[in-house]
Design a protein around this ligand. Structure first.
Ligand SMILES: [Fe+2]
Length: 204
């Protein structure tokens, strides 16, 4: 059975950038529903119940056709949100340092240019989805986006290290239709220490 992970910070800890009510509904309702619906879909897949979620997302074809879509959508919803909460934190933001900053500057020219490209990926993802910074198979860094709850965790050899949820449920209460303002504000709550840790592990 998959479980809703507890947050390591309070719902109001990311204010004013992400408000408490949004966090409460996002984690307590949306994320919780993905967990419940994933478990429901897995009820009919006894062989997959104990499979690690990242492996399951990489091998969706092992699920029966009847459940595959539900597992793809809800499993993606679970793994994406599990990850999202870990790269956020109160009193964070600022800039990365060390090797990660050097890699960003090498790939994108500057940290500011990287931010611009990442925000652009968030803005141009039509409808619901996610923007990502990943370490691709061959190393380096790459910005991408996915629709709905599709996830780079499904791609072999790709390591996601940063993401922004651009579903309206992530920002609508506070920002209404202003996704761009939300994406700009997001930088204030990025936990670069965690991103750096993931980057380091991905390079090994
Ligand atoms: Fe979300």
């Amino acid at each position: 059975m998959h479980k809703l992970p507890e947050l390591t910070y309070a719902y109001n800890a990311l204010e004013p950038h992400i408000d408490a009510r949004t966090m409460e509904i996002h984690h307590g309702k949306h994320h919780a529903a993905y967990v419940a619906n994933l478990n429901k879909a897995l009820e009919n897949e006894p062989d997959l119940k104990d499979m690690d979620l990242a492996s399951l997302m990489k091998h969706l074809s092992v699920a029966s056709e009847a459940n595959r879509n539900a597992i793809r959508n809800n499993g993606g919803g679970v793994i994406n949100h599990n990850f999202f909460w870990t790269i956020l934190g109160p009193g964070k933001g600022g800039k990365p340092a060390g090797e990660l900053l050097a890699a960003i500057e090498k790939e994108f020219g500057s940290f500011e240019k990287f931010q611009e490209k990442f925000e652009n990926a968030a803005m141009t993802r039509f409808g619901s989805g996610w923007a990502w910074l990943c370490v691709p198979k061959g190393g380096g860094l790459a910005i991408s986006s996915t629709p709905n709850q599709d996830t780079p965790f499904s791609d072999d050899g790709v390591t996601p290290i940063l993401t922004i949820d651009v579903w309206e449920h992530a920002y609508y209460l506070n920002y209404q239709n202003r996704r761009a303002d939300y994406a700009k504000s997001f930088w204030n709550v990025v936990n670069w220490d965690e991103v750096a840790k993931l980057f380091k592990a991905a390079k090994k």
